[in-house]
Design a protein around this ligand. Structure first.
Ligand SMILES: NC(=O)c1ccc[n+]([C@@H]2O[C@H](COP(=O)([O-])OP(=O)(O)OC[C@H]3O[C@@H](n4cnc5c(N)ncnc54)[C@H](O)[C@@H]3O)[C@@H](O)[C@H]2O)c1
Length: 333
């Protein structure tokens, strides 16, 4: 049984507390939030659960094995560092830290203290992404050509980070999980319209072997869209995360260049076969992920969404930010 203290009970924190509560392998010992209204919500939802406004009550408690840090990004590093220094395993929200130096330092500290870091890359635990990974790993799509994602909605505006740091980590973590090989270069563009941080951004990522990825993130969209296209040499898929049924549709479609010596003689044939919608598991992602967190700690296993995974995502975000500042210049990784 892993005894967890949760810091941050704003928008996302309640989901963490509820899921930890529902697991056999974890127990929530205390919830902390510096906001009195957040603490009032904790007390209403869990009248018997201790709560505190000072994170030190969790960080220094001998009755706590692990700390979940569900606060804004700029606070992750300090809280995570204190938790590790006090011998606690950590579950940290995405993006892991505000920069790669901080991530690197936390990774080294955790290694020295033999503690687990898990970064909440929630999507990796959804039925949809697990199915997509199964399809790509198993070779069903063939060599990948592209990953193209549209992740847009109206808000929620964050105060400390841009839309890129808020929404792109989801796609970057998914790519990091399903694509073999590290990205080589990034081009990003974006604009600020309202509060001094980019609220619309576009990112192109170059991977080895002609694999290209594109992410469109936007807080100023009138409608919410969560659609990703993944094209492979053998098959292509469309993942619409907002529908209840047939979230993933796999198309047996493709293009083949059959012959031709010069460009004018090319024979292009189009394959237009069946579409099928694989079964996607419905289990709540955070339930699976937090169960895995406890399991990794108890069995001393390194999670695949560890500090290194968090660092890889932060590095891509940093590169994208540099590219945005240079209005779309190519930044090598
Ligand atoms: N994995 C996901 O899908 C997902 C979804 C939403 C948010 N998030 C991440 O969760 C984190 C929090 O986001 P949110 O939308 O819940 O933010 P939020 O602003 O709604 O909530 C953050 C809470 O943390 C509290 N807090 C801040 N600093 C604190 C401190 N030092 N000590 C104690 N309490 C403190 C605030 O009072 C607030 O209640 C961010 O890193 C965000 O990127 C992840």
């Amino acid at each position: 049984m892993i005894r967890v203290g949760v810091i941050g009970y704003g928008y996302w924190g309640p989901n963490i507390v509820r899921n930890l509560h529902g697991l056999e392998s974890t127990r929530v010992e205390m919830v902390c939030d510096k906001s009195p209204s957040a603490l009032a919500r904790v007390r209403k939802a869990y009248p018997n659960l201790p709560s505190a406004s000072d994170p030190l009550e969790i960080l220094r408690s001998p009755a706590i094995d692990a700390v979940a840090i569900i606060t804004p990004v700029w606070t992750h590093y300090e809280l995570a560092k204190m938790a590790l220094q006090n011998g606690k395993h950590i579950f940290v929200e995405k993006p892991f830290t505000s920069n790669s130096a901080q991530a690197q330092e936390l990774i080294e500290l955790a290694a020295r203290k033999k503690l687990t870091i898990m970064v909440d890359h929630t999507f990796l635990f959804t039925g949809a992404v697990r199915k997509i990974r199964e399809l790509t790993e198993g070779g069903a799509l063939g060599d990948l050509y592209y990953y193209d994602s549209l992740r847009v909605n109206l808000g929620l505006f964050q105060h400390d980070i841009s839309v890129l740091w808020d929404l792109a980590p989801h796609d970057l973590a998914i790519m990091d999980h399903i694509i073999k090989g590290q990205p080589e270069a990034i081009v990003a563009t974006g604009e600020k319209h309202l509060n001094g941080v980019e609220d619309v951004a576009f990112m192109t990522i170059y991977f080895p072997r002609n694999l290209i990825a594109h992410i469109n993130v936007n807080w100023l969209s009138p409608v919410k869209i969560r659609t990703t296209l993944i094209g492979g040499q053998k098959k292509m898929l469309v993942w619409n995360d907002l529908v209840a049924d047939e979230k993933i549709r796999v198309y047996d479609r493709g293009v083949q260049i059959t012959s031709g010596e010069g460009i004018r003689d090319l024979l292009v044939s189009y394959r237009s076969g069946d579409m099928w919608a694989p079964q996607v598991e419905q289990m709540e992602a955070l339930h699976v992920e937090l169960g895995y967190f406890a399991d990794c700690i108890m069995k001393n296993k390194t999670p695949f969404n560890d500090g290194q995974a968090g660092l890889r995502i932060v590095r891509m975000l940093e590169a994208a930010e540099v590219s945005i500042q240079k209005r779309g210049e190519l930044v090598r990784l």
